[in-house]
Design a protein around this ligand. Structure first.
Ligand code: FAD
Ligand code: DHB
Length: 395
């Protein structure tokens, strides 16, 4: 392998929330890392994605010095509303479980991480190409890439961590005879809308409707976020009027005097939905974290929170491995992380299938029965609250 050689303790592929938080936590433990990313810093910092942080994510971010702006600008919510035509019920997570959630966009988490890593002098390589992993079954794994000047680079490390999301190359480096995966593709997508308008609700509304699911979320006192269930392959080219009409119908404008306030739409996008888990999350000196190992449909707001939970386990495991040659936490990482991954995979599937319109009228009756039970039984509501507000890390 030609090209300039770098050395680091941990080579992290991907500067999303998993990669950046891992480098931050490792640095706090005295471990040096290098982060490699195909996109630009500006692109990574401005991607509009998830919006809800669960209790353990907030506890972790505060605990590692990333809670200041979150505490100032984040909005703590006690729970969510679940609704179907003619009914709206509040599920109060604080009453049911003592835990709450925060509205604080992934964009903001990402900006906080970039600022903290830049301030600490973290070595970052953005806009790279041709990322390739080598020798992950040995004690001297390495990553090669082409830098912005077109030069081939080599990063020699003690450990490589794939934090490269759902399309990255890392997960393919777990050999075929070792790895397994499970997948469910859903027959619908989410049309995401960002609008410059004050939210018409104090907490999120998850709405079942015969036209399809709708979600009213928010980013701040003056920015609202909405999602509409749409068929797969829908183009995000709906007119603003068509979007507001669909949201008004599905969210129950006029129901019990509730009104949906409209405003200027600033972003429209369509996201496909799938569940995916690949095991194991570690092979030799390669570890996977976040979307690189598992993807959930967004209905339970778990994707970002799961990525955070993975690296919260992985950082101390790598610190023990590198500093003390103690393999125990590294050896149990995959099994421990996967317990939470499967719990969240089930919860996200359950929320998705309870709330999205399918083809079968029998399923529709089951969905409505489930919604009535979850909103009228303390046991039903507590199950939802415990999963949504999030279980403690290390569950
Ligand atoms: P990512 O954030 O995907 O980061 C991976 C990084 O790796 C990226 O920056 C990527 O550019 C980089 N990378 C990829 N390949 C390479 C390579 N070869 N070399 C170097 N770098 C590479 N979750 C929710 O809970 N609610 C939502 O509303 C929601 N909306 C979403 C919308 C979209 C469009 C997407 C894609 C995801 C959404 N998610 C949502 C999921 C949530 O954003 C993810 O779970 C979260 O970003 C996972 O973080 P991560 O760091 O594991 O992966
Ligand atoms: C948001 C996204 C989700 O997937 C969800 O369940 C709740 C809120 C959001 O982007 O605000």
């Amino acid at each position: 392998m030609a090209g300039r050689e770098f050395r680091t303790q941990v080579a992290i592929i991907g500067a999303g929330p998993a990669g950046m938080l891992l480098s931050h936590l490792l640095a706090a433990d005295g471990i040096e890392s290098m982060v490699l990313e195909t996109r630009s810093e500006e692109y990574v910092a401005s991607r509009i994605r998830a919006g809800i942080l669960e209790q353990s994510t907030v506890d972790l971010l505060r605990g590692c010095g990333l809670g200041e702006r979150l505490d100032r600008e984040g909005d703590r919510h006690r729970g969510i509303y679940l609704q179907w035509p003619g009914h709206r019920h509040h599920i109060d997570f604080v009453d049911l479980t003592g835990r709450s959630v925060w509205v604080y966009g992934q964009t903001e988490v990402q900006k906080d991480l970039i600022e903290a890593r830049n301030a600490a002098g973290q070595e970052m390589h953005y806009e790279i190409a041709d990322t390739a992993l080598h020798d992950v079954e040995t004690d001297r794994p390495c990553v090669t890439f082409t830098d912005t000047q077109g030069r081939e680079r080599v990063v020699k490390a003690e450990v490589v961590v794939g934090c490269d999301g759902s399309f990255g190359p890392s997960r393919e480096h777990i050999p075929m005879d070792v790895r397994r995966h499970w997948e469910r593709v859903y027959p619908y997508s989410w049309f995401g809308i960002l609008a410059d308008v004050a939210p018409s609700t104090d907490e999120l509304i998850y709405a079942w409707h015969s036209d399809g699911f709708a979600l009213h979320s928010m980013r701040s006192a003056s920015v609202s976020r909405f999602y509409l269930q749409v068929p797969n392959d829908t183009e995000p080219d709906w007119s603003d009027d068509r979007i507001w009409e669909a949201l008004a119908a599905r969210l129950g404008h006029g129901q019990d005097g509730w009104a949906l306030v409209t405003g200027r739409i600033t972003d429209k996008s369509v996201l496909p939905m799938r569940s995916f888990v690949q095991t194991p999350m570690r092979h030799g000196r390669l570890f996977l974290a976040g979307d690189a190992a598992h993807i959930v449909p967004p209905t339970g707001a778990k994707g970002l929170n799961l990525a955070v939970a993975d690296v919260a386990l992985l950082a101390p495991a790598l610190a023990e491995l590198i500093r003390k040659d103690d393999h125990r936490l590294a050896d149990s990482y995959s099994e421990t992380a996967l317990r939470r991954v499967w719990r969240c995979t089930h919860f996200s599937w359950w929320m998705t299938t309870m709330l999205h319109r399918g083809e079968d009228p029998f399923d529709e009756q089951l969905q409505l029965s489930q919604l009535r039970w979850v909103t009228s039984s303390v046991a039903g509501a507590t199950g939802l609250a415990e999963n949504y507000a999030g279980l403690p890390i290390g569950l």
